[in-house]
Design a protein around this ligand. Structure first.
Ligand code: GLU
Length: 387
């Protein structure tokens, strides 16, 4: 997926296969008018079209900014000063406007989009995580550009992502993205606030997000945006730990991606230390507190060791009570655990389909589930192996 030792933002963008592009409210909306910056969006759609060899997921803010005017909220009132119900009502109004604008711009560029509204639990809870991941995979396979926003209208203050930087980072983690490209109004991180200190130096590469890095990143400026550099660095921490490189750059110019590729526009690159695949394995392995176990036969054991997914036909026993997406121990016929995986079925259904061919699942359960019980990407072998 990635070529090794690519350390410039430009080449990372070229070489990444799966990219999450995060767009801030201040780019997609005209803050003074409370409308979409349609021309700019059109050029972004054109840029995305020229990267069709990649899988691209967009995370866009802008719903609250676009809905405020209809509620009679002064466009200059900072987002943080609005009441939660005002923000939620504004998001409900603005999200349609946002998606209408995306649909118009992207279809003109020959691209099809889909909308996904996520809550934090959809990326963190393993059950909904498996669903959201499978949905996004299906959309990508069918050449759609998913456009994601937080499900603002139902989220309460305590269970909000709070900012789309963090949401984009969680999506990058969930989807094992190679790159998270944060398009912002500034071209990256500086040693100090460049609008207050003329000696502030631009930082082009960050290998480790240390306390010092977190300290130089300021809070959000007043205005429609929620983020600010601090939230971008915190989000970057989530992404780089998940094996995703992060680029923070200015998305202000028209054709922002071409600007980056052709003119090497300045940016800050935050490097991941591991691959997304290994990071996901670590994430699964961290769930050692499994809810149940399944025992499998010799044939399945061999298949798993050679890197295959676990099919129901290889299962000879099921113990414990677990939900879809829970971590389970995968054991040999003597009860020795050799893998941990996220199970695609809850324990009752697993018992019903054990020993059955995948093609029989629908007849047994009354609905077509997934053909595999534990996908190889959702499994970690305890003693190494190809998974
Ligand atoms: N979800 C919010 C919106 O669409 C934005 C949150 C953010 O700016 O980070 O307006």
């Amino acid at each position: 997926m990635m070529t090794k030792n690519t350390t410039s933002s430009n080449s990372l963008l070229k070489n990444s296969k799966r990219i999450i592009i995060k767009i801030g409210s201040a780019l997609v909306t005209d803050m003074e008018k409370g409308t979409v910056r349609s021309e700019w969006l059109q050029t972004l759609a054109g840029d995305i079209h020229s990267l069709r060899d990649k899988e691209i997921i967009v995370v866009s803010s802008g719903a609250i900014a676009l809905g405020r005017k209809s509620l009679g909220i002064d466009l200059l009132t900072p987002s943080k000063d609005l009441k939660i119900e005002q923000k939620q009502a504004a998001a409900s109004i603005g999200q349609i406007k946002l998606m209408n604008a995306f649909q118009t711009a992207f279809s003109k560029a020959g691209l099809e989009i889909s909308q996904i509204l996520l809550n934090p639990k959809d990326t963190e809870n393993r059950r909904t995580h498996l669903n959201a991941r499978a949905t996004l995979e299906t959309l990508l396979k069918n050449n759609f550009i998913p456009v994601i926003n937080e499900n603002d209208t139902t989220a309460t203050e305590e269970i909000r992502f709070g900012d789309n930087d963090k949401l984009a980072a969680r999506v990058a983690q969930m989807m094992e993205a190679d790159l998270l490209l944060i398009l912002s109004t500034t071209d990256g991180l500086y040693t100090d606030n460049p609008s207050l200190n003329p000696n502030a130096q631009h930082i082009s590469v960050i290998k480790n997000i240390t306390e010092d890095v977190l300290n130089i990143a300021g809070e959000a400026p007043n205005g429609v945006s929620t983020g600010g550099m601090k939230s971008k660095i915190e989000a970057s921490q989530i992404a780089v730990n998940a094996g995703t490189h992060v680029i923070i750059t200015s998305g202000k110019p028209h054709n922002p991606l071409q600007e980056m590729l052709n003119r090497s526009q300045r940016s800050t690159l935050l490097l991941a230390t591991d691959t997304p695949h290994n990071a996901r394995k670590r994430w699964i392995a961290a769930h050692l507190q499994h809810k149940g176990a399944i025992q499998i036969d010799e044939g399945a054991l061999k298949a798993l060791k050679s890197g295959k997914s676990l099919l129901p036909i290889g299962v000879i026993g099921v113990t414990g009570v677990f939900e879809r997406g829970d971590a389970i121990a995968i054991q040999d016929s003597h009860g020795k655990t050799f893998a941990i995986g996220l199970c695609g079925y809850h324990s009752e259904d697993t018992k019903k389909i054990k020993g059955k061919q995948s093609s029989e699942i629908e007849a047994v359960l009354g609905h077509a589930g997934r053909g595999v019980l534990v996908h190889r990407n959702d499994m970690v072998l305890m003693e190494g192996g190809k998974v």
